[in-house]
Write a protein that binds this ligand. Structure first.
Ligand code: PBG
Length: 423
């Protein structure tokens, strides 16, 4: 029967290049099956079956069949002999198993066919540290990371990332000490480091997706994410007021996604309202929904010189011992209009990523934070682990747990690895 392939938009090259006249995988029939497709499509995609004429080697199908029927069977290579087990291998009766899961892992082809999770550079968001300087300054606690000069080093790093398919970045500024104050007002200076950098990047790369961090810590003389009262209390609603101004200033400069990482109550709803009031309906909010008071942030705080001057962040960031509490945060953020829910840190908190993935239809982001990055780097430098393999495994595991996107300092390195794999 002639077969009509009518999937004109099919992306499989093997089907597109079928040579209609000599394709012999299908048996012929006088009647063509007519499918309800446009004539032009049908014409080019009808597959004709073998016409019974002699092939290149001079014998017709009928002659070949007759020869086999007469016992003249052509030779094929022999089945290879059974591989020999080492001497001393016990001779046993095979176990009587009707399920042997190893069958589905037996070869690279089989493993690739049944792989449940994949990862691509499109899943990465690249966090970049910027400063006012002209040079790039290495960050001691994060080998391979730099405070990038906003005008030069940053622009080059973004170009490198885009070349391997990473077109999303998140900016973290190192703010001059002299511009910090207790209320973090530099955070909403329209001509501050972050808004200025956004404008520069958008000018050069209009399609780059720019995420920003919304929190006061890089701008606060106290190093806290919010305004600190004299008794040490972090003031919630007053801080939210500042964060709204900060988010609007970033949106005005061209940010695509503002990301409150401060963990104040009610900030997502307030920021949404503030953005909308200023006409930024199309700017998204990625909420740091479940951000834990983690020691894995150490290297980041060194990078930005943003360690809290006193105390810790435990009255606003979550207790690492808590699981259900993440749901409370997630429900609030969803109700307040968050577009993306983020879990942070990443690898030690895979259960939280899975929880939010199962309980929310929103996209989930995971942040593989500075401490996770530095541990893998350090282990690699000391030759205790294979850095590249552990990097890729840790990122794959974040995806498997349910993360759609991953904020990772490995974005460029991992995307480069993935691009080389494809070739
Ligand atoms: C600031 C902020 C922090 C990180 C991202 N945004 C530090 C903190 O909360 O103390 C940490 C990122 C990392 O460790 O890589 N609100």
């Amino acid at each position: 029967m002639a077969t009509t392939l009518f999937n004109a938009s099919c992306s499989f090259p093997s089907i597109k290049v079928i040579d209609c006249k000599s394709y012999v995988g299908l048996r012929s029939n006088v009647n063509q099956v007519s499918l309800p497709v446009a004539t032009s499509q049908r014409r080019s995609l009808v597959v004709r079956a073998s016409n019974g004429h002699a092939n290149k080697l001079g014998r017709s199908d009928a002659e070949c069949e007759a020869a086999v029927a007469a016992g003249d069977v052509p030779e094929a290579p022999p089945v290879p002999p059974k591989p020999v087990a080492p001497a001393g291998t016990p001779v046993i009766q095979p176990l009587n198993l009707n399920r042997r899961p190893r069958r589905n892992r037996a070869s690279p082809t089989v493993r690739a066919a049944f792989q449940e999770t994949d990862i691509s550079p499109a899943n990465f968001v690249y966090p970049l540290f910027i400063h006012e300087g002209e040079e790039d300054t290495p960050i001691g606690a994060m080998p391979g990371c730099y405070r990038l000069g906003w005008r030069h080093g940053l622009v080059e790093e973004v170009a490198k990332a885009r070349a391997v398919g990473v077109n999303s970045i998140v900016l973290f500024p190192k703010v001059p000490e002299a511009l910090k104050n207790p209320t973090g007002d530099e955070a909403y200076n329209d001509n501050g480091l972050v808004p200025r950098t956004i404008r520069l990047l958008k000018d050069k790369y209009p399609d780059l997706i720019i995420y920003t961090d919304v929190a006061l810590d890089p701008y606060s003389s106290d190093g806290h994410d919010g305004i600190v009262r004299e008794d040490g209390v972090i003031m919630n609603d007053e801080t939210v007021h500042q964060l709204c101004k900060q988010a609007v200033s970033q949106a005005r400069a061209g940010a695509d996604v503002v990301s409150p990482s401060d963990m104040m109550d009610g900030r997502v709803g307030a920021i949404r309202a503030a953005l909308d009031a200023e006409g930024f309906q199309n700017v998204s909010i990625m909420s740091y929904t479940a951000k834990y008071a983690s020691s894995f942030y150490g290297p980041f705080r060194e990078a930005l010189d943003s360690n809290p001057r006193f105390g810790d962040k435990k009255t606003y960031q979550m207790n690492p011992a808590n699981y259900r509490e993440a749901l409370i945060e997630a429900r609030e953020d969803e109700a307040e209009g968050a577009d993306i829910l983020l879990v942070k840190p990443g690898l030690p908190y895979l259960d939280i990523i899975r929880l939010l993935r199962d309980k929310s239809p929103l996209p989930i982001a995971a942040y593989q934070v500075s401490g996770e990055y530095s541990m893998i780097k350090a282990g690699g430098v000391l030759k205790m682990i294979d850095e590249e393999k552990v990097m890729m495994e840790s990122l794959m595991c974040l995806r498997r747990a349910g993360a759609d996107i991953i904020l990772t300092y490995f974005a460029l390195q991992a995307a480069t690895y993935l691009c080389n794999q494809k070739r």
